[in-house]
Design a protein around this ligand. Structure first.
Ligand code: ADP
Ligand code: MG
Length: 154
């Protein structure tokens, strides 16, 4: 495993800007797992990714639909929030088709589909600040050489 990269951001716009920058380096079948509590900024980060891919549509949380697809950008974006699955698992979701598809997959609450994940991905941890509501620490944790190279661009 490569070394992590850590960024401190002061507000939601900075989180989106970092995601937007990452988006410009993404390739088909890239997989990003967003890790963090409710309200940490996982969906906000995904909005930035979408912007960076040239998606103009407003990205909404797929909490109830589980998966939303966006096809208007440089690459398709598959945004998944599998919180509702909890420990029933994601075997029926057909996630593999997304992971092996033409686009970029982003998963919120990926611990609930741990068995369905491939070996290589980028984990982005979003950590809230104890004193400031708008501050976050973003930790980029690459699993695989491709993702090490990817975050070296940040
Ligand atoms: P999650 O998907 O992790 O539950 P959301 O992205 O839906 O979280 O919500 C995060 C909330 O926190 C949004 O209202 C956002 O504007 C706010 N926020 C404040 N500061 C930040 C920050 N630095 N990064 C991301 N979101 C932030
Ligand atoms: Mg969310």
């Amino acid at each position: 495993m490569g070394s992590n990269m850590e960024f401190q951001v002061s507000n939601a716009e900075e989180t989106q800007a970092l995601a937007q920058k990452l988006a410009s380096y993404l390739k088909p079948q890239d997989l990003i797992l967003l890790d963090g509590d409710l309200g940490a900024g996982k969906t906000t980060f995904t909005k930035g990714l979408a912007k960076g891919l040239g998606i103009k549509k407003n990205v909404k949380s797929p909490t109830f639909t589980l998966i939303r697809e966006y096809h208007e950008g440089r690459l398709p974006l598959y945004h998944m929030d599998v919180y509702r699955l909890e420990d029933t698992g994601g075997a029926d979701l057909g996630l593999e088709e997304y992971f092996n598809g033409e686009g970029v997959s982003v998963v919120e609450w990926s611990q609930f589909v741990a068995d369905e994940l491939p070996a290589q991905y980028l984990v982005v941890k979003l950590l809230k600040d104890e004193t400031d509501d708008d501050k976050r620490t973003l930790v980029f944790e690459p699993h695989g050489a491709h993702y090490e190279q990817l975050i070296a661009n940040l």
